[in-house]
Unconditional design. Structure first.
Ligand SMILES: [Zn+2]
Ligand SMILES: [Zn+2]
Length: 129
């Protein structure tokens, strides 16, 4: 199998994963934090956001412990106001809205950075706000 074919299959698998997750979550995960946010948004406005950046993003493409489902508006806001939304704050949101899929241990393992780069204490600090 050629590299192109493999890549096509991978893209196809990713698209399937993405579409299924959007349908399943079915709402913008930022909505809980914002009382003015519409809870029901058309699925077509929902997007997948990868919390990991740069080369590490590739590793976490289909890792639900590293993904938020956001409407296009919140997604855009998060990217433009990144300094207000550090990784730990994004993970705290994930923990709040999808606690069963939150796993800092798994996230840190995927990230493969220095041990304790982000700790539960960091998450808790954002979770309280
Ligand atoms: Zn994003
Ligand atoms: Zn939103």
């Amino acid at each position: 199998m050629g590299r192109r074919t493999r890549k096509r299959i991978r893209n196809e698998a990713y698209r399937r994963f993405r579409d299924a997750m959007i349908v399943e979550v079915g709402r913008c995960e930022m909505a809980l934090l914002d009382p003015t946010h519409r809870v029901r948004m058309p699925l077509s406005t929902l997007q997948i956001h990868h919390i990991m950046r740069g080369t590490r993003r590739e590793r976490s493409l289909t890792e639900r412990c590293a993904i938020l489902v956001l409407c296009c508006e919140c997604h855009c806001k998060l990217h433009t106001g990144r300094k207000h939304w550090p990784e730990a704050a994004q993970l705290a949101l994930l923990k709040l809205v999808r606690p069963l899929e939150y796993s800092l241990e798994k996230y840190n393992r995927l990230f493969a950075g220095p041990a304790n780069r982000i700790t539960e204490a960091d998450i808790a600090r954002y979770g309280e706000q």
